[in-house]
Design a protein around this ligand. Structure first.
Ligand code: F6P
Length: 547
């Protein structure tokens, strides 16, 4: 038995689950008119309503006990104080320093990291302003119009999500592009829209070794030189964002044009580092700093708020309640805010690469509890017409997060009120459901009776009692975006701390990379391959016949 499942709070939660699981939230709301005010919190203008969860006061107090007994407070303290909590890689985890707007010293091995953070922010400010106002131009003197970020995973998803989310703030004559996939279609389709004279490439890679990014960067360089015909011109069109100065130099990028970050910033936690340069170029450095402010405010909330009023802690605990006691396998994120359509994809990396672990921090295989959920989602209302059927009436329990802004950036007739009516209706429907009697009554009114009525009533009834969280904010501003991202980051931390796993390595991505390198060699020539398993040999040989 693991230490976690032997904790008194864990055992008490297992017993408590037997009491709660038969209860219906419909009845809990009827019995308690104060349920919403008791189970909702506000952080700045973000309202977090968690009242539509299968919880009561006892559940919360046991979950909070679990947080305490798992040492969550000490683990938060260890992260904020620069301890090397990423033990497999022997690294500190200090993305909170990137947005430490208080500028209070944060020490790593006795050295304050803030001067380095501030130096790179100054460099980003100067560079982005010079590009935006046209001081820094292309090799023929024309203004930069297209910025192509070449990066993958954390070196792509964060800035892509933020730039998409903040579309209303983008300078009208500026076109951001993101190329991540090694499939040449993505790079070529992007380059078709660009002109060498007016395009700036940001080669973003923490390691500067990632195969997809380096392949794309080399091809972009060739495309650029095919027209510019002058290696000297590269410095005006290529910059690097990386922790690896040696490889940046080897690639041919002047270190003057390198934006540094550090090994204590995880790739999937790097949006607030120099990896955010495309965001600063798109919306301006001042607004980028608003993202940092929003994230910092949440960092302070996470660090100081008592757990019972700490939103990321509660988000994490609720997830654990469903994951570990109800057996829920996935978690869905549903933004009713078109500009946040990419958030679920961003959170897939943040959550699944962090908490998709099967070994605890002592190096023991985890056998008696489950860790990170499958995270998925899509913008509402699109999802409603695709997969909500399964959430409402399927046999699986899928906890949902709904997010929406009370105000939209642009206005067109009744579009936004219609969107919002769906944002309110779906969690209500998921919670209330429709009883068999209600379904029968509806059918009777439609003139259906007898066996047909019973048959249809079964299909039309909804079990309800499906848990949802709702996040309702004023408007999707840079500050709000920063806060939302930080809320999820700390939710992930909370869960990883309780599951006693290392959220900050990603060993599980290595095996496939290694095999791809071997297979790349096997793909040369037409000779048939026999060195892999039967299926892999068969696929490679069929590919050789077809290509
Ligand atoms: O392969 C996974 C991964 O290492 C992610 O963790 C990371 O965000 C991504 O690849 C890109 O890495 P890099 O920024 O070093 O190119």
């Amino acid at each position: 038995m693991s230490k976690l499942t032997a904790l008194p709070a864990w055992l008490a939660l297992q017993r408590h689950y037997q009491d709660i699981s038969p209860l219906h939230m419909r009845d809990m709301f009827k019995a308690d008119p104060q349920r919403f005010s008791r189970f909702s919190l506000q952080f700045e203008d973000i309202l977090f309503d968690y009242s539509k969860n299968r919880i009561d006061d006892t559940t919360l107090s046991l979950l909070l006990d679990l947080a305490k007994q798992s040492g969550l407070a000490e683990k938060i303290g260890a992260m904020y104080s620069g301890q090397k909590i990423n033990t497999t890689e022997d690294r500190a985890v200090l993305h909170i320093a990137l947005r430490n707007r208080s500028n209070r010293p944060i020490y790593l091995s006795g050295r304050d990291v803030m001067p380095d953070v501030n130096r790179v922010l100054d460099q980003m400010r100067q560079f982005s302003e010079e590009v935006r106002i046209g001081i820094r131009r292309g090799y023929t003197g024309k203004r930069i119009r297209d910025v192509v970020n070449i990066g993958i995973g954390g070196s792509d998803l964060g800035p892509y999500t933020a730039v998409t989310a903040l579309t209303p703030y983008i300078k009208s004559d500026f076109r951001p592009h993101f190329v991540s996939n090694v499939d040449e279609s993505e790079l070529l389709d992007t380059l078709d829209q660009c002109d060498q004279e007016t395009t700036l490439f940001l080669v973003a890679s923490k390691t500067f070794t990632t195969q997809e990014t380096m392949t794309n960067a080399h091809s972009a360089r060739q495309w650029f030189l095919a027209k510019a015909r002058d290696e000297e011109a590269i410095s005006k069109h290529f910059v690097a964002i990386s922790t690896n100065a040696r490889l940046v130099k080897e690639f041919g990028i002047d270190l003057e044009n390198m934006f540094e970050f550090w090994d204590w910033v995880g790739g999937r936690y790097s949006m607030c580092s120099a990896i955010g340069l495309p965001i600063a170029l798109a919306i301006g450095m001042e607004r980028f700093e608003k993202i940092l402010e929003g994230a910092h405010a949440v960092d302070e909330h996470f660090r100081t708020a008592p757990f019972e009023r700490n939103i990321p802690v509660l988000m994490g605990l609720l997830g654990i309640w469903y994951n570990n006691f109800f057996g829920a396998e996935s978690h869905v994120v549903l933004p009713y805010d078109h500009h946040l359509a990419f958030l679920p994809t961003y959170l897939q990396q943040a959550d699944m690469e962090s908490n998709g672990k099967g070994v605890d921090k002592q190096g023991r295989r985890i056998t008696d509890y489950t860790t990170g959920p499958i995270l998925w989602g899509q913008s509402g209302a699109n999802g409603q017409h695709a997969f909500y059927q399964l959430i409402h009436q399927g046999t699986k329990l899928i906890p949902c997060d709904f997010l929406a802004g009370a105000q939209s950036h642009r206005h067109l007739g009744a579009h936004h009120p219609i969107l919002m009516s769906n944002f309110f209706a779906q969690p209500e429907a998921l919670m209330l459901g429709k009883t068999l009697d209600e379904a029968r009554e509806e059918l009777r009114k439609e003139g259906v009776d007898g066996e047909r009525l019973e048959f249809l009533a079964q299909a039309k009834a909804f079990p309800g009692n499906r848990p949802t969280n709702a996040f309702l904010y004023r408007k999707l501003t840079p500050r709000t975006l920063g806060s939302l991202i930080a809320l999820y980051e700390h939710k992930i931390f909370t869960q990883g701390a309780i599951w006693d796993i290392n959220c900050f390595d990603q060993m599980g991505v290595e095996l496939g990379k290694h095999l791809a390198n071997t297979i790349q060699k096997d793909m040369a020539g037409d000779a048939s391959i026999a060195s892999h398993d039967g299926s892999t040999n068969g696929l490679i040989n069929y590919y050789k016949a077809l290509r």
